[in-house]
Structures are given as structure tokens and as C-alpha cells.
Design a protein around this ligand. Structure first.
Ligand SMILES: [Mn+2]
Length: 563
């Protein structure tokens, strides 16, 4: 026999004293949304649990998931059905006073939309004791099932269910609990401690917010091939949308434009998506935080090869380029789990390291506008992996002269057996980059590599002292190009290929083919707006990965003076 639907709103009201608890009374009218909504509230009551609430009809059906949701399909999580909650409860975050019903702190841990799967209505499926559903949340995505247990420990009400993740693209076998590490409110960004202390931002409204259109549910979150209890599950729900599955990090993947799914980019939630980071200029539209996240997601498969496995500093501008900027090399507390950290010799604090496209997006979420990796070999901070020659012109030097300098530098490097690549800096200069190979018995560290770079630059300046100099002295620089070899040191960084710059116009450090390196080149046309399209057609740097040449051999040639 099907048990009765648990107690309705009267039960919710009866359990609470609204002169004492800040919880909503359930009297606010909540407008229907395009899809039913779900909320998961982390609740530090006598026992910590996560309350899963699914909008069904005009109420939230609610389950207290004692250990929190798991992404591992092998894990079954006890979910105790509790009284229905009113829909305005979905916007509640705060602290219920001690001694009151459910006393403790409540965080809006996740929220979004959900759909029943399998053809039954939610009511019917719940009555039958098996609800398959798909979530499109900020932390949880993909399909789950709630199954009512046959026997209840308490004997009677049959309130005990199991919450189980289905094996789909969002499942994480062996790492079901990792997602619980995403431990800040999706509504306010606050930690439990901050909510308990009444500090920080108020939660943004979701239930009581203007309806959003065009919500997409994750594709691939279907039950088509899964077998459970010996039966084949057939999806009959047809509402599953067309969003692409999350991108896997493929280094060689062609660059394709990635578009946000709501305010999520590759699964990363972008808060304040419409915040302007680069104001509009006379010839370019403004760039928002969401635009930046889409940009790094789009060019990321290409960019990440130059960043992964190396410490990487970032330039953050949380309020846009006109406001304060921070150069940050260390990992900070609460850094996204999508970002790695790396210990480096001589600094007790770990450095940031970004190893995936999703990690780049997570950094965009922190308003990281620029990416400056070390120039070491991937995974080996002590070993030089590339040399970067920064051609930095005085303000009065025409760009055509910088182009000549890059071509001159290329000739010199190639005469030493190296392969040279060129990119814009996003400013007025150019970078000439050469990947190098260093073998263990070469005995070459950063001191040797830096000396090599300095010697190459000094030779160039000695031959044309009216054009170049190798000292940063401002007064001497007038009319000349500073050949900056100082990028080539252990802890030195250079802006990564395809990194945007935190300057007017949202210019990008653009990799070029040598045929593009000519007097008519205009570095200002490479921007966050234009580069994803341009990269799809570009062959620039396509042979970079195969072009590392022996630095030792180049040093021998340079010392011997014979090319
Ligand atoms: Mn609770």
C-alpha cells in the first residue's frame, strides 16, 4: 500500500516558533519557473546533514541526507524524508537559534533545476517509491535516483529512502565525496562559519527572483543503458536538453567556442557574470566576467599546454581594470579544487598551478585576467623549458622597428640551432620564444640559461647600440628597444600565449606565424572578442611541441662563435 504523502505546510508551521526563528513563514508567493527548482541546504543541526528539496507542485518535498550527496554510483546515501517545506524556504540561509526546532546554521549549498525521468510524474514516482531525476545545479549535475527502503528501522512511516548517483558523465567513482569540498554557499559565497557569525553578503534570491528562460539540462544524464535490479531503465522523459557534456582536457583539441550554460562555464559557476572587467572602448564592446570565462574555456585547450605543470601567477582585477589589481603567485585559502598547488624551493607557501581548462575557468571566476607561468619544463620547476625574449620598445619607437627586432632575434636563435616563435605581448612589444631541451647530464640550470639569454641580447645591442639596449635604465631607453632577458630566470614569469591583458581594449598575447610578423601588424586587433575566431583558423605555433632543441648545443655554438 502506498503511504500517504508526508505532512503538508501545517506540519512545517506547527514545528516552528516564528517569534524565535528567522525561517520564512511560507507566506510569500513564489512565481512558477520554467522548470521545477531544487535546493540543497547544508544544515549544522545537532547532526550535520544536507537537506535535499525538490519542488513538486506548490511545495518542496524534502529529505535530510545524513552524509550528504555522493557522486559515486556505488555509494547509497540514507535520505530521511521530512515535512514538506514552503517554496520560499529555498532562499533561506542563516542560523536557527539553539533550542529551536532544527537549531543550527543553514547554508544554501546548491540550487538549480530538476526534472523527473522515466515518464511518471514526480508525484506518481514518489508514491511508487522510486524517483529517477536529473539535476542541473551549480555543484550537482546529472541523474540520481531516490528509492524508498522496503523496511524502515523505525517500523511505521517508511520515511527512509536511499539517494544514489547514476553512472553518467557526472559520476565520480571512487571520489563521491570530493564535491562536498565545494563548501561555500552558492547564494552568498559564504562559509558556514561566516554565516554563523552573521558576516558577509546576504544570499542572492533564487526562488523569489525573476524567472530565467532557456535553462538547459545536461545531456548524457540519461538512464538508457543502466541496469538496476535486473531491469533495463528506459528514459521516457523527453525534456533532456542539448548542452554539451563537460569538455575533457585535450591538449591537441582544436579551439572551439565554448558558450555558458546559464551562468556556468564548463561546470564552473560564474558569480556576478555580468560584471564588467574591461569597460567598452571606442572600438570594442565591454568584456564581462562571463565573457572572460567563455574566452578561457574556448582557447583553453590550446593555452593550457603552455601553463600546465608550472607555477603560474595571476593578475586579478575583481572590480575591473580601472580598479585595484593584484599580482598573485600563491594559492589562497579556499582556492578552487580545480586548481593545483605546487611547492617550490625557497618559499614555504605553495604556488598556484593550473593544469586544466576547467582550472582556467575557475580562475576567471576569481577575475584572474592575466596568466603568467614560469618558463620551466612541465613538472620540473628547476629545469629551463623555454626562453622568452621580451622586446620592449620605448614609447616613441614605431612598431615596425619592434617587428625588425623580432626578426633579427629569430635569425640569431636559429643560427644557434634553436627554433623561434613570436607572439604579441598584448601591449606594444613582441615576445620571441624558443622551446629548449635540457638533458640531465647537460648540467644546465636557470643561471646558465639566463647567462645564455643575456649574451644573445648583449651581442645584438653591441651591434646596433642606437636601436637596442639591455639595461632597464629609463633615461637611456629613449628611441630604443629594451631587450629584456630577465624573463629567463627560475622564478621569473612571462605572460602566457593567449592570456588576456588587464589593460584597455582587452588585448591578448597572440601567437603569430612569422609571415604575420611584418610592419603592418596591429597588435590591438587581437582581443578577447576576436581571438577565439582567429585561433580557429590559425596555424601559428602548430609545431611548437616538436621544436625544443638542445640548449647545451646552442651554448656551445654561442661560445665558439661558430654557427
Ligand atoms: Mn535540516
Amino acid at each position: 500500500m502506498a503511504p500517504a504523502k508526508p505532512q503538508a505546510k501545517s506540519d512545517y508551521l506547527a514545528k516552528r516558533d516564528f517569534t524565535r526563528t528567522p525561517e520564512p513563514r511560507g507566506d510569500k508567493r513564489i512565481a512558477p519557473a520554467e522548470h521545477p527548482r531544487f535546493v540543497i541546504q547544508k544544515h549544522a543541526a545537532t547532526r550535520l546533514h544536507y537537506d535535499l528539496r525538490l519542488e513538486v507542485g506548490d511545495t518542496f518535498r524534502s529529505w535530510a541526507v545524513t552524509r550528504g550527496p555522493s557522486l559515486d554510483p556505488a555509494e547509497k546515501r540514507l535520505a530521511v524524508e521530512v515535512e514538506d517545506h514552503p517554496l520560499d524556504y529555498g532562499d533561506f540561509e542563516g542560523t536557527i537559534p539553539k533550542g529551536e526546532y532544527g537549531g543550527g546554521t543553514v547554508m544554501i549549498w546548491d540550487r538549480g533545476y530538476w526534472l523527473p525521468m522515466g515518464g511518471d510524474t514526480a508525484d506518481d514516482a514518489l508514491r511508487k517509491g522510486e524517483l529517477k531525476f536529473v539535476l542541473s545545479g551549480e555543484k550537482l549535475n546529472g541523474s540520481f535516483v531516490l528509492v524508498r527502503m522496503k523496511r524502515d528501522r523505525d517500523g511505521g512511516n517508511r520515511n527512509n529512502w536511499l539517494l544514489i548517483k547514476h553512472a553518467d558523465d557526472w559520476a565520480k567513482a571512487g571520489d563521491g565525496e570530493g564535491v562536498l569540498g565545494l563548501d561555500r554557499s552558492v547564494a552568498s559565497g559564504r562559509s558556514m562559519a561566516e554565516i554563523a557569525a552573521g558576516k558577509g553578503k546576504a544570499p542572492s534570491a533564487f526562488m523569489d527572483a525573476k524567472a530565467k528562460r532557456g535553462i538547459k539540462f545536461p545531456a548524457g544524464a540519461v538512464w538508457s543503458t543502466a541496469k538496476r535490479d535486473g531491469k533495463r531503465d528506459e528514459p521516457r522523459g523527453s525534456a533532456i536538453g542539448s548542452a554539451p557534456p563537460p569538455a575533457k582536457t585535450l591538449r591537441s583539441a582544436p579551439v572551439a567556442r565554448v558558450k555558458a550554460n546559464g551562468n556556468r562555464v564548463l561546470g564552473v559557476v560564474i558569480s556576478n557574470p555580468q560584471k564588467v572587467l574591461w569597460p567598452a572602448t571606442a572600438d570594442a564592446a565591454a568584456v564581462t566576467k562571463l565573457d572572460l570565462a567563455e574566452y578561457v574555456a574556448s582557447v583553453g585547450p590550446w593555452m593550457i599546454a603552455h601553463i600546465a605543470g608550472r607555477p603560474c601567477s595571476i593578475v586579478r582585477a575583481p572590480d575591473g581594470i580601472a580598479d585595484e589589481q593584484f599580482f598573485q603567485r600563491h594559492a589562497m585559502k579556499g582556492t578552487s579544487p580545480l586548481v593545483t598547488t605546487v611547492e617550490v624551493r625557497g618559499d614555504h607557501e605553495p604556488y598556484l598551478q593550473i593544469d586544466s581548462v576547467e582550472g582556467l575557468v575557475a580562475m576567471a571566476q576569481l577575475a584572474a585576467l592575466e596568466f603568467h607561468p614560469w618558463n620551466c619544463r612541465e613538472g620540473a620547476p628547476e629545469i629551463p623549458g623555454r626562453l622568452v625574449f621580451d622586446l620592449d620598445p620605448a614609447p616613441d619607437v614605431p612598431f615596425a622597428r619592434v617587428v625588425e627586432a623580432a626578426r633579427d632575434m629569430r635569425e640569431r636563435l636559429e643560427a644557434l640551432g634553436l627554433v623561434a616563435f613570436c607572439k604579441t605581448t598584448g601591449g606594444k612589444g613582441l615576445h620571441v620564444v624558443t622551446p629548449v631541451e635540457v638533458k640531465p647530464d647537460d648540467n644546465i640550470g636557470w643561471d646558465e640559461a639566463k647567462l645564455f639569454a643575456q649574451t644573445v641580447c648583449a651581442a645584438m645591442a653591441d651591434e646596433s647600440p642606437h636601436l637596442y639596449l639591455t639595461k632597464m635604465t629609463k633615461s637611456l631607453r629613449k628611441g630604443r628597444i629594451f631587450l629584456d632577458y630577465l624573463r629567463n630566470d627560475r622564478m621569473a614569469t612571462a605572460v602566457a600565449p593567449l592570456s588576456p591583458r588587464a589593460r584597455s581594449g582587452a588585448t591578448v598575447s597572440m601567437p603569430l606565424t612569422w609571415s604575420q610578423v611584418r610592419a603592418s601588424l596591429d597588435p590591438r586587433r587581437f582581443t578577447v572578442h576576436t581571438v577565439p575566431g582567429l585561433m580557429m583558423k590559425s596555424r601559428a605555433w602548430s609545431d611548437y611541441a616538436e621544436s625544443a632543441r638542445s640548449l647545451r648545443a646552442a651554448m656551445v655554438k654561442l661560445a665558439g662563435g661558430s654557427a
